[in-house]
Design a protein around this ligand. Structure first.
Ligand code: NAD
Length: 321
């Protein structure tokens, strides 16, 4: 990509901080805008010492501060969100405010600053329980099964409408679950944390047969860069995932083998772990593949890289407890 002045919401998070490091490595200027609700200051330790880096502790709900902070930038990566799918029904307004309204606020701040390029982290959860698997970008209009998915789909809709109405250009990425360095939430983290606390048993939501696809974080970032460089439509929509999936039971086996443990595995039962859990997520990624991108790591390698990171950073377990 050409060097630019990037504004990254959620740049202190798992995916955001990895993206920020890559953007700085390419010689770009980067402003991170993050309220540290789930962001981790240590993730920006290396970035802080690089030329062209700026950190603003701010909230996407604070439209005035965000508008002022965006001044001088020319491209926005909007990653800040409530990224937790599971607890949506416990606080129904959270996804609306943190995901949908936040996206509207980002778009308005861009409009006021005459910035018209945005990349957005959406999710495979927008497909609900898809009828077509692997699920392509143009799958039949999906029925929503989670407040998170619904709030992200609404964000996608706003971005597309700003592209049409205000001459914006948007890149929308529907990710499968992402794994790798700095991974601080999701099933590998939960299982690892449990096994470190009580190595003799593991509690698992559902029956373990849920089928999921995962993508290693650096592969995800490579795909984002490829799409931004090579796809120049008004609205550029891409699934990002691997050509494989695994059952939750398979990833448990890999985690246990890595930790050399044989715990008693206790399943809560049922084919879903929680309300809105999709028992089968597998995205068709031919569109991004056709641009020449392919993942360099398998799901198994992504799990191992995640575990290596967690082993090297025991403080993260404390932080997330
Ligand atoms: N991790 C995944 O597997 C995955 C899968 C699909 C989509 N996504 C999406 O990718 C993005 C990044 O996810 P992640 O896993 O890095 O999550 P994360 O929780 O690690 O990062 C989110 C970041 O946004 C910040 N943030 C949250 N609310 C904010 C607000 N109101 N104002 C300012 N900053 C705020 C947090 O402090 C955090 O740094 C999210 O939009 C998420 O929905 C993630």
């Amino acid at each position: 990509m050409h060097t630019s002045k990037y504004f990254v919401t959620g740049g202190a998070g798992f995916i955001g901080s990895n993206l920020v490091d890559r953007l700085l490595l390419q010689g770009n200027e980067v402003t991170v805008y993050d309220n540290f609700s789930t962001g981790i200051p240590e993730y920006l330790e290396a970035a802080k010492h690089k030329d062209g880096f700026r950190l603003i502790n701010g909230d996407t709900q604070d439209i005035e501060k965000m508008t002022a902070s965006m001044s001088g930038c020319d491209f926005v990566f909007h990653l800040a969100a409530n990224a937790d799918v599971r607890f949506g029904t416990e606080h129904p307004a959270k996804d609306l405010h943190q995901n949908t309204i936040a996206t509207f606020n980002v778009l308005e701040a861009m409009r006021k600053n005459s910035i018209n390029k945005i990349a957005f982290s959406s999710t495979g959860s927008v497909y609900g329980e898809a009828k077509v698997i692997p699920t392509p970008e143009d799958a039949p209009f999906p029925v929503q099964t989670s407040l998170y998915g619904a709030s992200k789909l609404a964000g996608e809709g706003l971005i597309a409408a700003y592209c049409e109405g205000f001459g914006f250009q948007g890149w929308i990425f529907r990710f499968v679950s992402i794994l790798g360095e700095r991974y601080p939430h999701g099933h590998v983290f939960d299982f690892y944390k449990q096994l470190r606390a009580h190595p003799d048993h593991l509690d698992v939501l559902g029956n373990g047969h849920q089928k999921k696809s995962y993508l290693y974080v650096q592969d995800c970032i490579n795909a984002i860069f490829t799409a931004i460089e090579k796809s120049q439509d008004k609205v550029n929509l891409f699934n990002l995932g691997t050509d494989e999936y695994c059952e939750v039971k398979d990833s448990i086996a890999r985690i246990c083998s890595y930790l050399d443990l044989k715990p008693d595995i206790r399943y809560t039962g049922g084919d879903r772990g929680w309300i809105g859990d999709n028992p089968f997520i597998f995205l068709d990624c031919k569109k991004i593949r056709s641009l020449g991108w392919k993942p360099e790591y398998t799901i198994h390698e992504g799990i191992v890289k995640t575990l290596e990171f967690l082993e090297d950073n025991p403080w993260l377990l404390e932080r997330r407890s």
